[in-house]
Design a protein around this ligand. Structure first.
Ligand code: GDD
Ligand code: MN
Length: 375
């Protein structure tokens, strides 16, 4: 790592020009790129009052230290270092909240977003009347660089999903390269989901009024240093964001996940029951074992899927399992009680059965969210 940071030329306009634009750059292990990024920003933004805010999630490669070192030589450069936190979207939100600038640009820290397009993004807002200006790869003059066919197809698919969820024809709602007027961001702020990677979709979907959009083509460059953070988790979080922005308006996504897990638990229950009966066990023994196994199955799956963000580990996991058994036992009593009561009022057996299951499931969800996986 380099310790002798010298910017191309010292920038002295900081105190004279009013702050016009802030560039928010989320970083996770981008030490090999931040210096060049600052240099190119000082070229394309020369003559404007600007600052760049790196929001670094405590990168292990020393990105934060490096940014601070650069920042001692230039008042244009600031940092928000987050410890024990992750997430591109939430990083961008916190970066925007850390600046006073009336226009904010968001850009990756790996040099894949070509800075040449940055002044056009800012101008589209300042003089073009747009509330948000989006760097897009999918209109004439833009491009996805050297992505392989698989990645292009995946991105297209995700783009379609985003467009459908938003009901928008924005060509590149997945873009992480855009500029926005501060007041437009602030109107969307209270409703942001802040899940995962795609902050632009989140902002567009959370805005109480449709935002005036400008689309600015640019070429996505290939990454030369450091590594991409895309992976299974990014894809899962994208699915979650889309779910939250659509059905999430009516039913909490966590409840849906909890019910999916519960549904799988029914299969586990039946599998254990059948196996034990096949081995010659008495029904009551087999049914008891099936209940015990299915509850444990539900606990562990909820712990790593439904409550991944509050996952219990070590001794706390054992405590959680015990509380989940206790809650589920009461849930079963409620299930049987409601079911039996309903059966006395409605002759359709399955209505009574489903009512019992639903009340039991909601009880389990509500109680375990405050006791087992409390914040
Ligand atoms: N603070 C923080 N926290 N930064 C992160 C995190 C995180 O959890 N994850 C990734 N980053 C930073 C990276 O360091 C990089 O500066 C930027 O976010 C984008 O991450 P990449 O891993 O390089 O993303 P990509 O190249 O696969 O994805 C790009 O394409 C998308 C369009 O399909 C990015 O440009 C996205 O912003 C864009 O939406
Ligand atoms: Mn990248």
């Amino acid at each position: 790592m380099r310790h002798d940071i010298k910017l191309a030329e010292p920038i002295l306009d900081v105190e004279t020009l009013p702050l016009e634009v802030a560039v928010v750059v989320p970083t996770l292990n981008e030490a090999a790129n931040v210096e060049r990024l600052v240099e190119s920003l000082s070229v394309v933004l020369a003559g404007r009052g600007w600052e760049v805010i790196f929001v670094d999630d405590n990168s292990s490669d020393g990105t934060s230290d490096l940014v601070r070192r650069i920042g001692r030589g230039s008042r244009h450069v600031r940092i928000v270092q987050r410890v024990g936190r992750r997430g591109l979207s939430s990083a961008v939100i916190e970066g925007i909240l850390a600046t006073a600038a009336p226009v904010i640009a968001v850009m990756d820290g790996d040099l894949q977003h070509s800075e040449d397009a940055l002044p056009r993004l800012v101008d589209a807002i300042e003089t073009g009347g747009a509330e948000v200006a989006i760097g897009t790869r999918y209109v004439e003059g833009g491009g996805t660089g050297d992505w392989d066919a698989g990645r292009v197809r995946m991105s297209r698919l995700a783009t379609r999903a985003g467009q459908m969820a938003l009901g928008t024809d924005v060509s590149d709602p997945m873009s992480g390269f855009f500029a926005i007027r501060r007041d437009a961001f602030e109107r969307a702020l209270p409703r942001l989901s802040a899940i995962g990677f795609k902050i632009l979709i989140d902002i567009l979907a959370s805005s109480p009024t449709a935002l005036k959009v400008a689309e600015i083509p640019y070429h996505f460059r290939s990454r030369e240093a450091g590594e991409s953070k895309i992976g299974a988790r990014v894809i899962a979080e994208y699915a979650e964001l889309i779910a939250d922005k659509t059905i999430g308006r009516f039913v909490p996504i966590r409840l849906i996940k909890f019910l999916i897990v519960g549904g799988l638990g029914v299969f586990v229950h039946l599998a254990v029951l059948r196996t034990m009966l096949g081995l010659g066990d008495a029904f009551i023994t087999a049914q008891t074992a099936a209940v015990v196994v299915a509850i444990a199955f539900n606990f562990f799956l909820n712990n790593s899927f439904t409550y991944a963000d509050r996952k219990l580990k070590g001794w706390r996991m054992l405590g959680g399992l015990a509380s989940f058994y206790a809650i589920s036992a009461l849930g079963a009593v409620a299930n049987i009680g409601i079911g039996t009561w309903m059966a006395g009022h409605d002759e359709r057996w399955w209505v009574a059965g489903v009512a019992g299951v639903l009340v039991g499931a909601i009880w389990n969800f509500a109680m375990s969210s405050v006791l087992t996986w409390r914040k």
